[in-house]
Design a protein around this ligand. Structure first.
Ligand code: NAP
Length: 307
């Protein structure tokens, strides 16, 4: 029986592990399908406090993991596929079944991708899912933003601060975004639109940089190649909450929290992108992880006193 199990090993999960381990709770971290979380898919992180020269995303999460392990956190490269949130809680992975007195869900959200092989190979090398994180690197360059929702508009408007031109590529001729966000993007002098268009390839994975994209107009079938130095995919995120959705209160798949990190199930806490679809930053996820570990510690204290 564990005192606390943490699901996910991104900024939220590993920060929770550091705090829980230092509180002598000997946490078990089940790393999940993307060890290190979304930061493991980025390159240079320049907005995480304490690193004036920036730090590579994978290195940052690795350091957090080592810090947690130093205080006794145990990491296992397993993903929870099923959970029973009747106390004490049970989580199952493909390898084993674990029981715990408290649970911190920090399983994050995954950015939706187009599914192109070249996109996968160029993530962190010109292809990004986060303008706030990577926009700075595209100063004076041409970037494409894929999607027609609020995220795509927001990312595009943010990117105009750096890029020379921003091309929004949307698969329809009508935006899904809210009127106000759409109007801002439509009237911005640096933003242009490619309507009814999908990206079919990104070049050049061999050179580990983006040089151009291949696009197809869905109405005319016409294909063309457009020079581009950056591609931002903004077609939404999927919270990794499938294993808990019917047992804990969620909104749009994101776990609902109250009073810090508490979920609708006593003893179950949530931290990071699994509950936060607004800020989605490494530093806010780390803060949420800290909060969840402190909340779990208090919960365990009360549980011990009530025995
Ligand atoms: P979204 O509203 O679901 O929009 C996703 C967009 O991506 C849609 O335009 C969709 O096209 C397109 N898309 C989806 N799959 C695609 C694919 N495989 N290939 C090409 N295009 C694809 O997601 P979101 O923009 O991330 O927003 C999520 C929620 O957060 C929304 O409720 C939004 O209002 C909110 N949000 C609000 C703000 C703000 O107010 N500042 C900022 C960001 C997000 P179709 O339109 O054809 O389906």
């Amino acid at each position: 029986m564990y005192k606390v199990i943490i699901l996910g090993s991104g900024c939220a999960g590993s920060t929770a592990a550091i705090y829980a381990a230092r509180a002598n709770l000997s946490p078990l971290v089940l790393e999940g399908h993307e060890p290190g979380g979304q930061l493991s898919l980025t390159t240079l992180v320049e907005n995480y406090p304490g690193f004036p020269d920036g730090i590579d995303g994978p290195e940052l999460v690795q350091r957090m993991k080592e810090q947690a392990q130093r205080f006794g956190a145990e990491y296992r490269m397993e993903t929870v596929v099923e959970a029973d949130l009747n106390h004490p809680f049970t989580v199952r992975t493909a390898a084993a079944s674990y029981r715990t007195l408290s649970l911190i869900i920090a399983s994050g959200a995954s950015a939706r991708l187009l599914g192109l092989e070249s996109e996968k190979r160029l993530i962190g090398y010109g292809v990004s899912t986060c303008a706030t994180c990577d926009g700075f690197f595209f100063r004076g360059q041409r970037v494409a933003v894929i999607g027609g929702g609020d995220s795509a508009m927001e990312e595009s408007l943010f990117l105009t601060k750096f890029a020379d031109s921003v091309t929004i590529i949307h698969r329809r001729d009508e935006l899904r975004a809210s009127k106000i966000m759409a109007a801002r993007a439509l009237s911005h002098p640096k933003i242009n639109f490619l309507w009814d268009t999908v990206v079919t390839d990104i070049l050049d994975p061999e050179k580990k940089r983006v040089e151009s994209i291949r696009v197809r107009n869905l109405k005319t079938g016409e294909e063309s190649q457009v020079p581009m130095e950056g591609v931002f995919v903004a077609i939404g995120h999927t919270p990794n909450s499938e294993a808990f959705r019917d047992q804990v209160k969620t909104h749009g798949g994101y776990i609902s929290v109250h009073g810090g990190s508490r979920t609708s199930v006593e003893g179950v806490f949530a931290a990071g992108d699994i509950h936060d679809h607004v800020y989605r930053q490494a530093v806010t996820a780390a803060g949420a992880g800290c909060r969840a570990a402190i909340d779990a510690e208090k919960y365990l204290e009360n549980l011990a006193h009530s025995d």
